[in-house]
Design a protein around this ligand. Structure first.
Ligand code: ZN
Ligand code: ZN
Ligand code: ZN
Ligand code: ZN
Length: 795
């Protein structure tokens, strides 16, 4: 996903193998500038044609025939009462219609009906306005006006509702009986009755949704590092490079960094099926259907891009801003960007956001004055001396002339590209991809837009020159060089923006959420944090903003560390070190040292071990044959056989969840209980899967409203999660949140309150007092305290 599609990777690898040895050697040691120059010579039209062929599998253009198909599917779902699915299909339909066409207005109108059913009145009104402004057919207008009046009524805007009804009446009077259905007239009179009733006894104004403000956070911004807390300082030494150190004692939950991404690109997600041929359109929702292309906010009624079917926005404002800043350049290249992967896309958007003047200034500087850029490793020594001499952060790469480190393009440009450490094949792949992308920019007539040289009239209509055989202009070579740097930087510095996504249909009382990778981004300040497999911080995201919080008390002088992915609770040291190779360093964090030096078994392998089928003691051994740790028993078993059983078990669990999904809860329970029995004969009782089964059982019982059973199973799951991830981990926090929901629904008031308190304690450390989950917990608490006494006494 991050890198180009496999076929393009294979093609460049074959090309690399077939290169003249002398040319290969030159490429291996080439600077970024030379790499781009040589890449332009090496990329042949054959390769470009092959790449174009691959792009057909990820079409992003608008296809009106797809639109009508999606709309029909939407209508079908709507009739079945599946409004959520219908809503999504209408959005897909709208993204394929031409802007301003009557067809797109019909999509918006249909979508507004689904929104009304789902109770999203404000958004429904927006869609009606959209339909009207896109030339909704006049003969269909009464239907939409009725909907509008109903919506206004639901919102309590009586006067507006009345005005709409008056317009409607005059319209009907004008039309005569021929176009107006009797049912519609009936509905109109019903609405008027409702309106009359509401006017007689106006509902009490809903009180402000107040009182849920958490305690104010401790936050004072650092004067030398933008977005960082004043309790941090920037340090630099040869071993650790740039890093952040606590300059004061900090408490758990305290915010350390609050940074807006310099650039972020939505990942298409796994469900983006790359298929040959266009016969079957995908009805599944991808990230692009669920989140705003620009601000990553969750989409309800998306605004489609005027040019492509891929980019969808939360609002017209986001659509306009994205268009202005980068999307008018990206839009015609949508398929190519999906084919070349997210890293190339981030690299392009980075240079577009930075602007050509800044890009060429820094690229120029990297050729001449600033040797640090060419050889960042060699620059460590003089800089640390500078720091020792009390020069502060002035000499630290990425700082401006006053020694301030800002979340800017300059700081981003100075992130290490590790040019010498990447494999030559990888560098070659990145070079050819970037050069191919720049050639396409030139061929599509987008050069002026990239270089910010176009006049306003040219904005919307790039002149295309149809062929890519022309040599890249010197300016685009500069752009390509910067992009190549960024692609190489991303391997070490890409930050995944994750969100907790709701799993399943989302209509249950208990919401199951899983972390999902949403976007890839550059955060220049966050990038200052070094890795540890047992970090002292926790990172969370809201839209495109990241917040780093202390996950535990941190004392003055300690380095602030962040986990790049491989956490000690989730992987063994060998797996972690393997994963960390991409960052070009060997982790020496306390967790790694302990596991490596003492030869101690990692917690992961102890807890996720097999147990003896005969006596349930732990099975031991690193070889193919495992032995029972109970000497008296001496049973042995083959590792393969046990792994096979584990795989079968996982399959069975999947089937049980599928049963739950199609509404066969009783069968799902039977199947899960059988899985549990089976698992007990060969998995250690602390195995993570044992916990997952308990969690699933809790979920099934919750859908049946059997809250006590649900709570019982969830508590067992929590025990295991605590053992694996620790009692104050995010994972435990999420489980407690679920338990609170179950207890809340089951009116187990006092236990619910104490669970809410525990969940708050953990989640506020990781996500802060203002996070959505904290708000939900507060609301549950408020609701419980308002329960009438007679209900309280029942429990
Ligand atoms: Zn947005
Ligand atoms: Zn577009
Ligand atoms: Zn480590
Ligand atoms: Zn045994």
């Amino acid at each position: 996903m991050a890198l180009p599609v496999a076929e393009w990777q294979g093609r460049t690898a074959r090309l690399w193998a077939a290169l003249e040895p002398a040319l290969r050697e030159r490429l291996e040691v080439a600077s970024l500038q030379d790499a781009v120059r040589l890449g332009c010579d090496v990329l042949r039209s054959e390769e470009e044609a092959a790449l174009e062929q691959l792009c057909h599998r990820a079409p992003t253009d608008k296809k009106p025939e797809a639109a009508s198909w999606y709309r029909e599917q939407g209508n079908r779902e709507f009739k079945r009462g599946r409004y959520q699915t219908a809503l999504r299909l209408y959005s897909k339909a709208a993204s394929h219609e031409l802007p301003g066409s009557p067809e797109v207005s019909v999509c918006f109108a249909n979508r507004s009906a689904a929104l009304l059913h789902l109770g999203h009145f404000e958004v429904c009104l927006e869609d009606i306005a959209r339909a009207e402004s896109h030339g909704y057919p006049d003969r269909l207008l009464p239907k939409v006006l009725l909907r509008k009046a109903e919506c206004l009524l639901c919102l309590g805007r009586l006067q507006d509702a009345q005005d709409v009804l008056r317009v409607l009446e005059s319209k009907i009077a004008l039309d005569g009986a021929m176009t107006t259905h009797l049912t519609r007239l009936q509905k109109l009179s019903q609405l008027k009755v409702k309106l009359g009733e509401k006017e007689k006894c106006p509902e009490p104004a809903r009180g402000e949704h107040g009182g849920t403000q958490g305690e104010p956070e401790i936050w004072e911004e650092n004067s030398r590092i933008s977005g960082a807390s004043s309790s941090l300082s920037l340090s630099f030494d040869a071993d650790r490079g740039r890093h952040l150190v606590a300059s004061q004692d900090m408490v758990a939950g305290q915010s350390l960094v609050k940074e807006e991404a310099f650039v972020s690109v939505l990942c298409p997600g796994d469900s983006l099926a790359l298929q040959d041929g266009d016969t079957a359109w995908d009805t599944q929702a991808t990230n692009a259907d669920l989140y705003c292309h620009r601000c990553l906010r969750q989409l309800l009624a998306s605004v489609p891009c005027q040019g492509c079917s891929y980019a969808k926005y939360c609002s017209q404002d986001c659509a306009d801003r994205a268009w202005q800043q980068y999307h008018r350049t990206e839009c015609p290249l949508g398929a190519l960007l999906l084919t070349l992967g997210v890293f190339c896309h981030v690299a392009l958007r980075t240079v577009l956001l930075a602007g050509f003047a800044e890009v060429s200034r820094l690229v120029e500087m990297s050729h001449h004055g600033d040797r640090n850029l060419q050889n960042p490793e060699g620059s460590c020594r003089p800089l640390s001396e500078a720091a020792d001499a009390g020069a502060g952060s002035r000499g630290v790469p990425g700082c401006d002339s006053s020694g301030r480190y800002q979340s800017s393009y300059q700081a981003l440009f100075h992130l290490l590209p590790h040019t010498e450490q990447h494999s030559p094949e990888h560098k070659f792949l990145c070079t050819l991809s970037v050069v191919a992308l720049c050639k396409q920019l030139q061929a599509a007539g987008l050069e002026a837009a990239v270089l910010n040289q176009e006049s306003p009239q040219q904005c919307s209509k790039p002149k295309t020159c149809e062929n890519t055989s022309e040599e890249l202009s010197p300016e685009l070579k500069t752009v390509a060089e910067a992009m190549l740097r960024h692609v190489l930087q991303l391997q070490c510095n890409a930050q995944a923006i994750t969100v907790m996504q709701e799993m399943g249909p989302g209509d249950g009382a208990v919401v199951d959420k899983k972390p999902v990778r949403l976007a890839t981004a550059f955060f220049p300040v966050l990038s200052l944090l070094n890795h540890s497999c047992c970090p002292n911080t926790s990172v969370s995201f809201s839209g495109t903003a990241a917040t780093v919080r202390a996950a535990q008390p941190i004392s003055s002088g300690q380095e602030v560390l962040h986990c790049y992915g491989p956490h000690w609770c989730r992987m063994r040291v060998a797996e972690r070190q393997q994963l960390l190779k991409q960052y070009f360093f060997e982790c020496r964090c306390p967790a790694c040292l302990q596991e490596l030096e003492s030869g101690a078994k990692s917690v992961v392998s102890i807890r996720n071990s097999f147990c003896c089928p005969k006596c349930q003691a732990q099975m031991q051994g690193e070889e193919d044959t495992l032995c029972c740790s109970n000497e008296a028993c001496a049973t042995s078993a083959s590792r393969d056989q046990l792994s096979g059983r584990l795989q079968d078990l996982e399959q069975q669990i999947k089937k049980a969840l599928e049963l739950l999904r199609v509404g066969k809860a009783d069968q799902a329970i039977k199947m899960l209980l059988k899985c549990q029995m089976d698992a007990g004969t060969f998995l250690s009782p602390e195995h993570l899967l044992m916990g997952e089964m308990e969690d699933h059982l809790a979920q099934v019982y919750a859908t049946l409203g059997k809250w006590q059973e649900a709570a019982r199973h969830l508590k067992k799951s929590i025990e295991i999660v605590e053992m694996h991830h620790g009692p104050s981990s995010v994972e435990t926090g999420h489980e407690l949140f679920k338990l609170a929901q179950i207890l809340f629904n089951g009116f187990a008031v006092s236990e619910a309150l104490s669970t809410i308190q525990r969940a708050e304690g953990i989640l506020s450390v990781h996500f802060g007092p203002q996070s959505a989950q904290m708000q939900e917990l507060q609301e549950m608490k408020a609701c419980l305290s308002e329960l009438p006494r007679n209900i309280l006494q029942r429990t």
